[in-house]
Design a protein around this ligand. Structure first.
Ligand SMILES: Nc1ncnc2c1ncn2[C@@H]1O[C@H](COP(=O)(O)OP(=O)(O)O)[C@@H](O)[C@H]1O
Ligand SMILES: [Mg+2]
Length: 372
């Protein structure tokens, strides 16, 4: 028996959702602790919204159970759950002022006028919209409308706030700024947030933990750093961030490291053990572009000695802060490498240029060995 203190706020067990013969959510188990900012991340159609709607009570599970704050949610109507949902299309009432939009749910719940006033004012101050209380939604920017929707969802003081692509309608800059506001707000209130997004950078920024979804299933659940540095499969390694993926087979198993022969032969890589493998196993070696050292061949001292490769720069994208280089090795394999532009250059000439001969290297500990 677990004690109430350690009981997760949300407990999902064996939950599936079928639409006819189609399985949108496939046997999900999930525990979310109070105070978490939990992110469901996955491509379009993988079942994120369906899972969120089952937590909210807008959709019933085909099988399995959902417990929130100790109570089984089977048959419990959305309004009777300790959750609130903020929809992708904020769904503000266009003819109502900001304060009336925020007050609407409280009014419907029969909260007395004085308390309503106080809670609405408090919430508008929290999202920094106190001076916009009398405006209508069309007199606000996209970011401000998003904050009204947040205030309206939070004013009812739910234990859990469910947010479906909450920043999807904002442009890139505003989205990045709003991500930080959302995190600060969540931190101040201590409300548990479950956020759906298809944007992996957004997930990395916001989340205490991320569940990566594919075809209705969780493929990995972990902190942003765990998912990025220790992906459990080829799918996760390539879905989160970029990675150079080298298919090959194990030719040597040593104490600390494994030697992998890349497909096509004549290219061997040494990688740290992460899972048990044997000689002959088919594996994949994943290496992130920023975890490869690169230097001009004329600058020999600059690269390490493990996993050394020579090649030629075939493509170069200057992004300002970093450059992305595509380097072709003598064996014809192409590596993507990111290189920070640490030195300011006014001449337009950077360390690397097209057709430069370079040496790349990475220590065995920088590569990820994947078996699935
Ligand atoms: N009411 C429904 N009837 C039939 N199929 C649905 C329904 N809702 C969602 N689906 C299907 O379930 C899958 C998952 O949908 P959804 O949860 O909205 O995905 P996501 O939010 O990850 O993009 C999609 O293939 C979608 O077409
Ligand atoms: Mg969706």
């Amino acid at each position: 028996m677990s004690t109430p203190a350690t009981e997760p706020l949300i407990r999902v067990r064996g939950v599936s959702k079928h639409f006819g013969s189609f399985t949108a959510v496939d046997n999900i188990d999930l525990d979310i602790e109070s105070g978490e900012l939990f992110v469901l991340l996955g491509g379009s159609g993988c079942g994120k919204t369906t899972l969120l709607r089952m937590l909210a009570g807008f959709e019933s599970a085909s099988s399995g159970s959902i417990t929130i704050d100790g109570a089984d949610m089977a048959g419990v109507e959305p309004y009777a759950r300790p959750v609130n949902m903020m929809f992708q299309s904020y769904a503000l009432f266009p003819h109502m002022t900001v304060e009336n939009n925020v007050a609407y749910g409280l009014k419907r719940d029969g909260v007395a006028r004085a308390e309503r006033r106080q809670r609405v004012d408090e919430m508008l101050a929290m999202v920094e919209l106190d001076s916009f209380a009398k405006r209508k939604p069309h007199q606000l920017s996209g970011g401000q409308r998003q904050r009204v929707a947040l205030a309206r969802a939070l004013v009812k003081r739910p234990k859990v706030l469910l947010l479906d692509e909450p920043l999807g309608a904002l442009d890139k800059r505003l989205r990045e700024q709003t991500q930080f506001e959302l995190m600060q707000l969540q931190d101040k209130l201590g409300t548990t947030f479950v956020v759906v997004t298809h944007d992996q950078e957004e997930a990395m920024t916001l989340a205490t933990r991320i569940a990566v979804m594919d075809e209705g299933r969780f493929v990995q659940v972990g902190s942003p750093a765990e998912i990025y540095e220790t992906p459990c499969s080829r799918f996760v390694a390539s879905f989160i961030g970029s990675a150079n993926m080298i298919e090959g087979s194990v030719i040597e198993v040593n104490g600390e490291t494994v030697v992998v022969e890349g497909e096509g032969g004549n290219n061997r890589f040494e990688v740290n053990h992460s899972e048990p493998v044997s000689v002959g196993d088919s594996v994949c070696l994943a290496i992130r572009p920023e975890k490869i050292d690169i230097a001009l061949v004329t600058d020999q001292a600059a690269t390490g000695s493990q996993n050394r490769l020579s090649g030629t720069i075939k493509e170069l994208a200057y992004l300002g802060g970093t450059s992305i280089l595509r380097v072709e090795t003598e064996g014809g394999r192409v590596f993507e490498v990111t290189s920070p532009n640490r030195l300011r250059s006014v001449s337009g000439k950077h360390v690397f240029d097209w057709d430069d001969a370079v040496t790349m290297s990475f220590p065995a500990s920088n590569a990820i060995l994947l078996t699935s």
